[in-house]
Design a protein around this ligand. Structure first.
Ligand code: BTN
Length: 254
């Protein structure tokens, strides 16, 4: 069975700052839950939980994250300062897009707020959860990347999702990708140049300039996505000319 075994991952991340406290699992419910437990136990910044399979992988808005063998399921435990916390989703998406492009002949786009797309189909997603453990604010950045998986075997998502191996039509070196993601994340997080992060992220956003339908709580907002605020909110201009900022929610491109 495909497995990200501990020694191999440890070796791949030897040059990285994160992942030295490492937990690997052949199968787990969700790496998010394990990372949250580890926060309660006082695990340090950069602790990494990686699994080869998730039986209860979850995405935003409590959606299921289909998690078969061959892909990457990662959760990083961090203790971000208050100014970093709202930007972690952006940072995660950007890190994954940059890692993919650094390694493979693929262009990676971003769709607000957390999707990494290749040719319009989702290849990765970011889920950030936060809380307080031992009187410290923590956050978990969860990253799921469809790496070596044939999406044709998953008809329920094949229309909207893709994998890196489907795109390049050959297997992808999962450990190299993991290493690249960790390096990009660490660099973006430690330098934390808010303006540069937002600019790089906005430049990859395919959402801008498009007709969108955003659902935010009970509100449905339709119009043109015209920009992103400093907090990462999507600014939509409705047909009547009024502008609306969506900080959290779901967006469909029309
Ligand atoms: C989304 O696109 O809605 C976010 C998907 C996040 C999936 C990852 S896989 C690793 C981590 N564990 C989970 O249960 N979810 C995140």
């Amino acid at each position: 069975m495909y497995s990200l075994d501990f020694r191999t991952v440890e070796k791949a991340l030897a040059g990285c700052r994160w992942g030295h406290t490492l937990f690997t699992y052949d199968s787990i419910g969700s790496t998010m839950d394990r990372a949250r437990e580890l926060a309660q136990k006082g695990a340090g910044e950069g602790t990494l939980v990686a699994a080869s399979v998730q039986t209860e992988g979850r995405g935003r808005l409590n959606r299921i994250w289909v998690s078969p063998p061959g892909s990457l399921y990662l959760s990083f435990l961090l203790y971000p300062s208050p100014e970093k916390l709202p930007h972690l989703t952006i940072l995660g998406g950007l890190a994954v897009a940059q890692a993919i492009e650094g390694l493979l002949p693929i262009r990676a786009d971003l769709k607000w707020p957390n999707d990494v797309l290749v040719k319009g189909k989702k290849v990765a997603g970011i889920l950030v959860e936060s809380g307080v453990a031992r009187a410290r604010n923590y956050a978990v950045i969860g990253i799921g990347i469809n790496v070596n998986v044939e999406l044709a075997s998953f008809p329920e998502i094949a229309d909207v999702a893709t994998s890196l191996s489907d795109e390049i039509r050959e297997p992808v070196d999962t450990l190299k990708l993991l290493q690249a993601v960790v390096t990009e994340l660490e660099d973006l997080y430690s330098a934390f140049d808010e303006r540069a992060i937002l600019t790089s992220w906005t430049n990859r956003l395919i959402t801008l300039g498009r007709q969108v339908k955003a659902t935010s709580g009970k509100a449905i907002i339709e119009g043109t996505a015209i920009g992103v605020s400093d907090e990462g909110a999507l600014i939509i201009r409705r047909n009547d000319g009024t502008e609306y900022s969506v900080l959290a929610g779901d967006v469909t491109l029309r």
